[in-house]
Design a protein around this ligand. Structure first.
Ligand code: HEC
Length: 98
């Protein structure tokens, strides 16, 4: 059942994009291509139909982790607050998925 998941919260998407830049996420991630980590469009595609994708992704991007996309682990991001993580996650999930 691939229901189209709409965000029920009103995080600002533009703010999320700016945060991803200022928190250095884009040093390892590109929007539409793999870099060190997965492209954010691919992330949005993989998770937009899971339950509560915003909760999942905001937690996941703070914790970092390994083994979901390849051999390279992502370090935890303790400089990203809960609120900032949710805005970044909302932005990722809003990316157009062709
Ligand atoms: C040092 C490089 C690096 C930095 C900095 C980094 N990432 Fe990652 N990221 C990765 C790698 C590598 C993976 C894949 C990890 C895996 O395979 O599980 C990843 C995975 C992810 C995922 C997918 C997680 C999942 O559950 O599948 C998201 C979302 C993500 N990063 C967001 C971010 C955001 C937002 C930031 C900035 C706050 C950030 N990353 C900073 C390297 C990085």
């Amino acid at each position: 059942m691939a229901t189209n998941t709409k965000l029920s919260v009103h995080e600002s998407v533009e703010e999320g994009a700016a945060l991803a830049k200022s928190k250095n996420c884009l040093g390892c991630h590109q929007i539409d291509a793999k870099r060190v980590g997965p492209g954010f469009v691919a992330v949005a595609k993989r998770y937009s139909s899971v339950d509560a994708p915003l909760d999942y992704l905001s937690g996941s991007l703070q914790r970092g982790g390994a083994g979901r996309w390849g051999a390279v682990p992502m370090p935890a991001q303790p400089h990203v607050s809960d609120a900032d993580a949710r805005q970044i996650a909302a932005w990722i999930l809003s990316l157009p998925k062709q």
